[in-house]
Design a protein. Structure first.
Lengths: 239, 239
DNA sequence: CGACATATTGATCGACTTCAAGTGTAGTGG
DNA sequence: CCACTACACTTGAAGTCGATCAATATGTCG
């Protein structure tokens, strides 16, 4: 049930059978959410942390005057609000971008897990640190790259993250965002996102239809994106 | 010696005398660094985490084609690379922006501290989570605010963060960045930073001379910045 | 003083925004 | 089976914010 989480954690460090079963046992019943649902509210104080089992979700930071910025994209295996264990209230909200299956673990249980299995506790910490590394790369892309490069960078990242949890087929991966949502990720207008997507399409770098993206020319995409995957930390870590 | 760190941690949660003395005892000899020194290299694998005692430092993410983005500003009391305890190698470098006094704590010692004092361990985790919350707010400002608002937002943030560790006098705070460095924070050209600064100056919102900024009209600055300080988490947390 | 980083100003250019309208396409109910 | 709605996507035209290029102060520190 929580296979994609275990896949990701195992990428960082092998789990003992004990750690794995104690962790897997900690989650509640799966629940469904429709696309566009707010699953964690800005300003709230969660008592559980939510894990994505299926579908895409996003962290949304709203500015007082109405600006809307997506600060993280979440895929199966991702905790959307693990930080709410220690950091409250929520500084942003979390919404689904597609129909999702979710499950949750009580904060009390997370604390018990971390106490019983210190290395598992550090793995959870690591999980939030990787979120931070991705935030930093997004900042660099947002601040210093033009639209096409920024978009290409996002696609490279999504491809590798989805691949790590086994959700890609060949060069194809699910990408159920509307262009408006994509604009909120990239900090652009949806009009310009549309034109930028068309640019990548007409250059035969990617094809995007029906919520799926196929990468037609990975080399070129990486070059446009100035992409270096190190910051994703998809490998063993010294936890 | 590590007073500003203790001030910050205490803001989040009272420390027991034991926790406080064990923590304070953990740091090595202070060392000096000149402005512009690289104190942690991109790609390196630190065995200690570095704390700023005096001065300003910045995390710098470089893009392959030469883009340069500052993804965090660090002031006294801040760990510049606490995440390197679990996340290696470094995904960015850290440079000083002014002459600094630094000290460091070995990672081995941090692990021992976290084991002996679980709550202190969670406080360290919390510290990295607040870094993440600031990253998210920077993403929103970068993606959805115009230059003047973005700059104003940064100044509000810096004022409150410095105030929390006792480094402000009235409405004045140290800000030893060059306009080029500021441009790398805001994702702008230094020319445009210059014009934006002049805009805030001629509107009598702030005055900036000799590495110090005085806020002349806090209300207006907050309004320009659409600033809400919640995300800084300068208060008690459930660690 | 010379040298070099930093700040400032002007002029031009271009990437992206905004506004507005039009084109699918899927769902809903008559 | 056809209106009607809703939403995502697309296209065009005009405007603006910020980049770039280039030149001129203004320190400031050996």
């Amino acid at each position: 049930m929580v296979n994609s989480l275990l896949a990701k954690l195992t990428l960082w460090s092998e789990l003992t059978p004990d750690e794995e079963s104690d962790l897997a046992r900690s989650f509640g019943e799966p629940r469904r959410a429709a696309a566009g649902d707010e699953i964690v509210a800005h300003g709230s104080t969660p008592t559980v942390s939510t894990l994505v089992l299926e579908g895409f979700a996003a962290r949304v930071t709203l500015l007082p005057e109405g600006g809307r910025q997506i600060t993280a994209l979440h895929i199966p295996g991702d905790f959307v609000d693990l930080h709410s264990l220690l950091l409250t209230p929520m500084d942003h909200s979390v919404v689904t971008l597609s129909p999702c299956t979710l499950t949750a673990v009580p904060h009390r249980r997370l604390r018990a897990l971390a106490e019983a299995h210190p290395r598992l506790g550090r793995l959870l910490w690591l999980n939030t640190l990787v979120d931070g590394a991705i935030h930093r790369q997004w900042l660099a892309a947002m601040g210093r790259m033009a639209a096409a490069g920024h978009l290409a960078h996002l696609l490279c990242e999504q491809f590798l993250r989805l691949q790590a949890v086994g959700l890609t087929r060949d060069q194809t991966f699910p990408f159920p965002l509307t262009q408006v949502a994509l604009a909120d990720v990239l900090g652009l207008s949806s009009v310009h996102v549309n034109r930028t997507v068309q640019e990548l399409r007409s250059d035969k770098v990617v094809s995007w239809t029906g919520g799926e993206i196929e990468i037609l020319d990975w080399e070129r995409l990486v070059r446009i994106a100035e992409f270096d995957p190190t910051y994703l930390y998809l490998r063993k870590m010294p936890v």
